[in-house]
Design a protein around this ligand. Structure first.
Ligand code: CO
Ligand code: CO
Ligand code: CO
Length: 320
């Protein structure tokens, strides 16, 4: 995205391309701003309905990560019309529609093309008060960091392709990916969130790094507090580390200091490329315990304090 031309500056553009944020935000009145985002990808699970749900939850998430409420949705579809049965596409769309309804948003259109392999995603528009936008750039030293979903999704979904997951593991990772960040976002809105993003392709440490750079702070992550899907380490040891995860690890080398006791597998897990991950939020330390309790009471079972914000080593992450 950084290669896009910048265009003419517009005072109503509250969040644009400069800050690696989850979505663009454009003010249309003193009370209202639009959040706009788009995301699509190829199937990561075999079940077409689940794929639709995952892609929808993932696309809607960027609106929740900005603190907003999804309003309208446009479907984006690539489908091999001559190769695959039409009923598969119907299942993808119906899975997605279930998540759009759960979000309280409305599907208003979309576009499809004949394609080599299926692709699905959405452009989502959401609403937010212009002064209540959560960006990457507001984290303050002393803040606690909360993560709302477990990581390890990239490693586990890579193992799906080789049939290496148990039924329970498969069910669990799909459950994590289809879960909307709606409840997390709504609960966190009751607190003074200083910065927020969602954990997706750049992994926990990649998105944490964007927050650290955006906010000009350092982040300390307590690796033993980070929720990880069960069995992830074993799968990583068996070789199911996706290329994207290794690329994240390499890209982050100069921004992350790992504890000496951590081996490469542990480092990969923290860099693991996630689909439809949780929210990573920075909020005052004295609100963190209550926030986690409220999140868990609302059903966000993995919500945890995973570290805190410091003033030194701006742009860097220290993993203990
Ligand atoms: Co995002
Ligand atoms: Co996105
Ligand atoms: Co944000």
């Amino acid at each position: 995205m950084r290669h896009l031309p910048k265009g003419i500056p517009d005072p109503n553009l509250l969040v644009g391309l400069d800050t690696s944020d989850d979505a663009g935000v454009y003010k249309i009145s003193d009370e209202t701003a639009l959040i706009q985002t788009v995301d699509f990808f190829t199937p990561i699970v075999d079940d077409p309905r689940m794929f639709g749900q995952i892609a929808a939850a993932n696309a809607l998430s960027d609106v929740y990560a900005m603190g907003g409420k999804p309003l309208t949705v446009l479907n984006i579809v690539g489908f091999p019309v001559k190769k695959l049965d039409h009923s598969i596409l119907a299942e993808i769309l119906s899975g997605a529609s279930e998540k759009v309804q759960e979000a309280g948003a409305v599907l208003i259109g979309g576009h499809s093309i004949d394609d080599q392999e299926p692709k699905f995603g959405m452009a989502v528009t959401g609403l937010i008060h212009p002064s209540k936008v959560w960006t990457n750039s507001g984290a303050k030293p002393g803040d606690a960091l909360i993560l709302t979903k477990p990581i390890g999704v990239g490693i586990q979904t890579t193992a799906i392709k080789k049939d290496a997951l148990t039924d329970e593991q498969l069910e669990r990772v799909i459950q994590v990916m289809v879960t909307l960040n709606k409840t997390s976002s709504e609960v966190l809105r009751q607190f003074d969130v200083h910065a927020c993003t969602d954990v997706t392709g750049f992994g926990l440490l990649g998105h944490a790094k964007e927050m650290a750079c955006g906010s000009n702070v350092g982040l300390n992550i307590l690796s033993d507090q980070v929720p990880v899907l069960e069995g992830t380490r074993k799968l990583a040891e068996e070789g199911f580390v996706p290329g994207g995860t290794k690329a994240n690890h390499k890209w982050l080398q100069s921004n992350v200091n790992y504890a000496e006791t951590m081996d490469q597998i542990q480092q990969y897990i923290l860099c693991d490329a996630v689909t439809s991950g949780g929210l990573l939020a920075a909020l005052p330390q004295d609100q963190a315990e209550t926030a986690v309790r409220k999140l868990r009471n609302a059903g966000v079972e993995f919500a945890s304090v995973i570290g805190h914000v410091v003033s030194d080593h701006a742009g860097c992450i220290t993993v203990k």
